[in-house]
Write a protein that binds this ligand. Structure first.
Ligand code: GAL
Length: 687
């Protein structure tokens, strides 16, 4: 993980609503006033006050408006918006406006446009049509960022800088000639000489040996599977290239305004995998994240998982929820509107996992453009609408929750270890199965723990595991020797490790560890696998503990008599062979699960693993699975967030504490009722 910069939170203006500089949670949205006539701005700020909005992200897509030509600048409108917001107590997270280059720039310099793996140009017409490695793009973007930074350096509304927008959302993989040149530079720095690259990439295979760096290309469309290490390195490089870009904007901003914190919005959500955010987090003053719910059985768990991982990437410190939606989005196959209560519940679940800011995309729903059907704080229907009323209610609730601002995540008893490089490597092509999904496996473990009322921290690989009674490292596919040693040390010191199928298979160059899988974890686990046995889409294997596996099975031999077999295959070609094993190691243990059990199926083995690890849920039995609890703490108190996972009312009186915000639950006759989709915060003073 990257060395973190010291954490710096928003620089609140003296007059920021609602309490000046007093601690508060930030509340607001992306604000795009350039889409509206001047008279709408007055209504905007009036409604912002009504809704309790105290911050907006401004200028995210304003490049064309600010700089209408190479040497033409128009700041007058932005000056007016900044002043208007300030006069109304709304602070500004001011964007560098570099996310979407205007048509004059792409007409003048078409060489900034990205190129796909198949050689097609990504034309202007949408947004983020720029090459992360283009020196031409960078010089124009930095010129714009500098002009904005100098103009607003001393503006009293300025609370933070917002670099670009969702870096890499559409342009993480660029295969252009600029990318090829930068890739070569990156490879030279990584390997030094071409022979080292040949060794790392295993180029003796298929006659791929290079005799000079100038022959090396990004993994463009090829006749068959491109070299896997070339692909993995290109993923590493592409994440690094955008990180370098982030640094370039950040360094410039820092020079102009050393006292203003800098952030950029990450996309820790769903299958967004191109950017290694664990590695980026150290580059910003505070972490920001965007999250959009995808409907489905695990939708709420996925939100919690993403918020949790974001909080841990941020090192447990408060982070900024930069975007989510008040209701429907516009980019899914069917865009579901949120049910009553859902928006507040989703928002508070992010706060539960450490967000000190709740912001939306966007303030006012666009009347034109690709996102006109995307919800906003002020919908097309106007302020006389259920959405706006729920927005204003949430603003009031967040104001009452101000006392918890600045509190940190309280570590959980279990860790789920999350590793971008394993994610990248295990899902590459030409593998035993194309059906394996890294993040889904991690999410399934998280769901299974939630269902048992056990809190887990989703932590990036490299986070010290010592405080965790149990650490689950699902599909830890790419294992460096140091990682293996660290895991041995963890279990010897009393930690209980659980890992799964397709772990410990390759080294950092994506070369198979030899001698049997799972390579460097073999001894620790006390098992040896000679061959993988992935399952066809409709194939199932029964285990003798009653659970059913899909996707994968292993030809597994127990090599250490100390190993306890927790379950064996009951049928199929592996019948009688061990399927789930556990080896005691000094004070701890190391367990292996050789098939995919799924979020429900894990209910079979998980209680046994938890029991042996000495981890028990913190929730009273009747609340387990029905309520998610996440805990934040400061010097004086713990804040227990209780989030109703069901569509029924739930009595949470047994959790104790006092309601921080009375709107969270109804108290009557000793009961404390959390409504369906409700979320409440319980303050429990630390004596
Ligand atoms: C994000 C983006 C926003 C908006 C939003 C819609 O990816 O940063 O500008 O497009 O999605 O859901």
């Amino acid at each position: 993980m990257a060395a973190a910069r010291p954490h710096r939170w928003l620089r609140w203006p003296k007059n920021a609503a609602p309490h000046g500089r007093a601690p508060r949670l930030a509340y607001g949205a992306d604000y795009n006033p350039e889409q509206w006539p001047r008279e709408v701005w007055d209504e905007d700020v009036r409604l912002m006050r009504e809704a309790g909005v105290n911050i907006v992200s401004l200028g995210v897509f304003s490049w064309a408006r600010i700089q209408p030509g190479e040497d033409e600048w128009d700041f007058a409108w932005l000056d007016e918006v900044m002043d208007l917001l300030h006069a109304n107590g709304v602070a500004v997270d001011l964007a560098t406006a570099t996310a979407s280059p205007p048509p004059w720039l792409t007409a003048l310099h078409p060489e900034i446009l990205p190129v796909t793996a198949t050689g097609e140009t990504v034309w202007p017409g949408a947004r983020q049509h720029w090459r992360p490695t283009s020196p031409v793009f960078r010089s124009y973007a930095l010129r714009l960022a500098e002009a904005i930074a100098r103009r607003y350096a001393d503006h009293p509304a300025l609370a933070a800088w917002h670099v670009s927008n969702e870096l890499g959302c559409h342009n993480v993989y660029d295969y252009s000639d600029d990318a090829a040149a930068a890739f070569r530079t990156w490879l030279r720095a990584r390997y030094g000489g071409i022979e080292e690259l040949n060794t790392a990439w295993g180029t003796a295979f298929w006659s791929q040996s290079y005799t000079g760096f100038d022959q090396v290309l990004p993994p463009r469309l090829a006749a068959s599977h491109p070299n896997p290490t070339q692909q993995l390195d290109f993923k590493r490089f592409s994440s690094d290239a955008l990180k370098e870009y982030l640094r370039a904007e950040r360094d410039l901003l820092q020079e102009v305004t050393p006292d203003v914190p800098i952030t950029t919005n990450f996309m820790v959500m769903g299958e967004s995998r191109g950017m290694n955010y664990a590695d980026w987090a150290g580059e910003v003053d505070f972490v920001s994240n965007d999250h959009y719910v995808r409907p489905g059985a695990q939708a709420l768990d996925e939100l919690s998982f993403s918020a949790n991982l974001t909080g841990n990437i941020a090192g447990g410190r408060p982070w900024f929820l930069m975007e989510h939606s008040t209701s429907a989005v516009n980019w899914q196959p069917v865009n579901r509107a949120k049910a009553p209560g859902e928006m507040a519940r989703d928002s508070l679940l992010h706060v539960a996992h450490g967000a000190d800011a709740v912001c939306f995309f966007q303030w006012r729903q666009s009347a034109a453009g690709a996102e006109k059907y995307h919800s906003a704080m002020v919908p097309h229907a106007g302020s006389d609408s259920a959405v706006f009323r729920s927005v204003a209610d949430l603003g009031a609730r967040l104001t009452r929750m101000a006392p918890l601002a600045g509190s940190r995540r309280k570590p959980a008893p279990v860790a789920i270890v999350f590793d971008w490089e394993s994610w990248w490597a295990c899902e590459q092509d030409s593998h035993p199965t194309s059906l394996l999904r890294y993040r889904q496996e991690a999410l399934d473990w998280y769901s299974a723990l939630l269902a048992r009322g056990v809190r887990a921290d989703v932590v990036p690989l490299g986070t010290p595991l010592d405080g965790y009674g149990m650490a689950v490292a699902p599909i830890l596919h790419l294992v460096r020797e140091e990682t293996a040693k660290e895991l041995v040390r963890y279990t010897e010191a009393g930690g209980h490790l659980v890992t799964t199928y397709f772990s410990g298979v390759v080294d950092e160059n994506d070369h198979a560890w030899l001698g049997g899988y799972p390579g460097p974890l073999r001894e620790l686990l006390g098992i040896r696998i000679e061959e993988f046995a992935p399952l066809l889409p409709d194939e199932r294997v029964r285990l003798d503990d009653g659970s059913v596996g899909t996707l994968w099975s292993d030809d597994l031999t127990v090599t250490d008599p100390q190993v306890e077999v927790l379950a064996s295959y009951a049928d199929g070609p592996r019948a009688g062979q061990a399927a789930i094993t556990r080896r005691a190691t000094g004070a701890g243990s190391a367990a292996y699960v050789s098939t995919r059990l799924g979020s429900q199926g894990l209910a079979g083995v998980l209680p046994r693993l938890l029991e042996r690890a000495g981890v028990s849920g913190e929730l009273p039995p009747q609340l387990r699975g029905r309520v998610e609890v996440a805990v934040r703490a400061d010097d004086g108190a713990e804040y227990w967030f209780a989030v109703n996972r069901t569509a029924e009312p739930v009595d949470i009186a047994d959790l104790g504490g006092e309601l921080l915000d009375p709107a969270g639950a109804a108290e009557q006759d000793g009961a404390r009722i959390l409504p369906p989709r409700g979320a409440a915060v319980l303050r429990r003073p630390i004596s």
